[in-house]
Ligand binder design. Sequence first.
Ligand SMILES: [Zn+2]
Ligand SMILES: [Zn+2]
Length: 250
Amino acid sequence: MPHQSITVAGVDVFPLCDAVGPMGASIRRPLPEMFPGGCHGESDEWILHFHCYLLRDAAGRTVLVDTGIGPEDSPAASWAPVPGVLGAELARVGVSPEEVDAVVITHLHSDHASGAVIGGTPVFANARHVFQRAEIDAAAEDVLGNVVRPLGERVQVVDGQADVLPGIRVFHTPGHTPGHQVVQVGDLVLTGDVVLHPAQLADPKVPYLYDDDPELATATRMELLERVRAARGMIATAHFAEPFTVLSPA
Ligand SMILES: [Zn+2]
Ligand SMILES: [Zn+2]
């Protein structure tokens, strides 16, 4: 069943479920190895959802947060469970790719960035694509060639905090990758891969095997979750089964 939308601070937030399934064998590990110190006594199988989000403000302007796994020949195909269905999910909420005004890519991992350019052609032709400078600076050559360069003048590089639209803001949240960013609207934070599994809500000190810099990722996660909890806010996650999680003060 499709995930339901919510409205926060006058902005409609539509979860787009790009895929559901376990990671492929090439990188799959038992959960206690993926999240050392967390996930004890649970099933070892992690069934991920892959969520992108479409934000639509009161003026009808749209921001797409992340672009998913991409098609069958995507770089994510080596490990993602299935090809992504972002296009169909966007159509379900009544938005065509040409109508997207801005794209925020939380980070350049292949399950977040591979729907932006397909067959060398930008999918969201009229959108600027917002990246943190640190993410571009750290990107591998193949990622620059497959994702960033084909976007040409659509690339918008920001340093740290920046407004994508009034009331829709990105923040630099390094650790999972050097230039990871999250998106905040009202008291909702779209967390990308700052938080990957509910075990990291129970204990934010639990690292993730594939964090680029686990110590920095943990510090970022703790600070962000504490800030959201203090505001009794909500997070919208990329890989939880349910898109939205309300946080209350610990
Ligand atoms: Zn989902
Ligand atoms: Zn990632």
